[in-house]
Design a protein around this ligand. Structure first.
Ligand SMILES: *Cc1c(COP(=O)(O)O)cnc(C)c1O
Length: 354
């Protein structure tokens, strides 16, 4: 079985080794030391300044999206949600559920986000912008420069779900003026699912997090941030995944996040070239390096199932309206060029047999 998914993905042997070990007790100076290093190395990997705060949640990425909204905004706010697919829609649902006023900038499948569209919301009194930098349901990578410029010009906090962009696409917390950035363990970090990380700018922390009653015991950022000062979490964390993270961040620190991004870019580029040569259709909108959507007119489900069952190659199926239109081929985790040669051979064989 080989995973060309977006999470969980093929894990690295070093991670699997850590994952196989007995867990330590965590209320110790040793574990605190590991957590403080995790925080420092994570912040370095996103180019966050020293005064940015970090929250480690034992939860999937969606919980971190919800927690970010709950801790940073109230009914007095108005949020602009970039809704270009399943994950943008999820941000809108979170706002609705928590009764935070919001507007949506909706994109059709294949429609590229532009500065003109954003400008249409300039005088709507929005206080924050929620975006999934890479909208994983379609593969579209939004132009962070447009979002940063819009937020700076109109005084909005910029909340970036970078769950599938981290490690795959260029992100710079400080340069891009990001106020909260969300990552989770099962994507490019290639760790077990169950750990989400949120980095919060000092200004968002002071202006909002410190003053807002989140209405949640577990997800209250204040208590997480306070505890992390001594390298601890308020409740039992995902000890094992945090140890996996430590090992992985040491690797990333050594190689540089830029090299990881370039590797992912190279693998994605190779697959896109070869797939196009083989006659497969790839959409023209700006794509994340994390995955390649392949347009398959009304045989996407069959392609996914046959690749999995006949070849042991698992690509990412789509849900919803695109279920039978596209498959998504992931480029995250421990995958190399030869894996894509094998995948393309199998894709061609399946297509010829349809
Ligand atoms: C994977 C992903 C999430 C998180 O999904 P979970 O299943 O909750 O981990 C959130 N946003 C984006 C853009 C994602 O790709």
């Amino acid at each position: 079985m080989k995973l060309f998914t977006v999470g969980p993905v093929e894990m690295y042997p070093e991670t699997l080794k850590v994952a196989a070990e007995q867990l330590p007790y965590f209320r110790t100076p040793e574990f605190s030391g590991i957590m403080l290093e995790n925080e420092e190395m994570f912040k370095a990997s996103i180019h966050a300044p020293k005064d940015a705060k970090t929250v480690f949640l034992t939860a999937s990425g969606t919980a971190a999206m919800e927690a970010a909204v709950m801790n940073c905004f109230t009914a007095e706010d108005k949020l602009l949600v970039i809704n270009g697919g399943g994950f943008g829609k999820r941000f809108a649902e979170i706002c609705a559920l928590h009764r935070i006023p919001y507007e949506e900038l909706c994109l059709e499948f294949g429609e590229v986000l532009t500065g003109e569209q954003l400008a249409g919301f300039a005088d709507h009194g929005c206080t924050g912008l929620l975006v999934n930098l890479h909208e994983t349901s379609t593969g579209q990578l939004y132009d962070i420069r447009l979002l940063t410029a819009f937020c700076r010009e109109h005084g909005l906090y910029l909340i970036v779900d970078a769950i599938s962009a981290y490690g795959a696409d260029e992100i710079d917390f400080e340069r891009d003026g990001i106020d909260a950035l969300i990552v989770s363990s099962q994507k490019a970090l290639a760790l077990s699912p169950g750990l989400a990380i949120v980095a919060v700018s000092d200004r968002l922390y002071r202006d909002r997090v410190m003053k807002i009653q989140s209405g949640s015991l577990y997800f209250d950022f204040k208590i997480h941030i306070e505890n992390l000062k001594r390298g601890q979490t308020p409740f039992t964390p995902a000890v094992g995944i945090l140890l996996e993270l430590h090992e992985r961040l040491l690797q990333i620190q050594e190689m540089g996040i830029e090299r990881l991004r370039k590797q992912t870019h190279a693998v994605a580029g190779y697959f896109r070239d070869q797939a196009s040569k083989a006659g497969f259709l790839i959409p023209k909108y700006p794509l994340s390096n994390a995955l390649t959507p392949v347009l398959l007119e009304s045989c996407a489900k069959e392609m996914y199932t046959r690749l999995k069952d006949d070849y042991g190659l698992v690509v990412t199926p789509n849900g919803g309206a695109l279920e039978n239109t596209i498959i998504r081929v992931g480029h995250l985790g421990n995958v190399v060029l030869e894996d894509y040669e094998e995948l393309l051979k199998a894709m061609k064989a399946v297509q010829e047999s349809l």
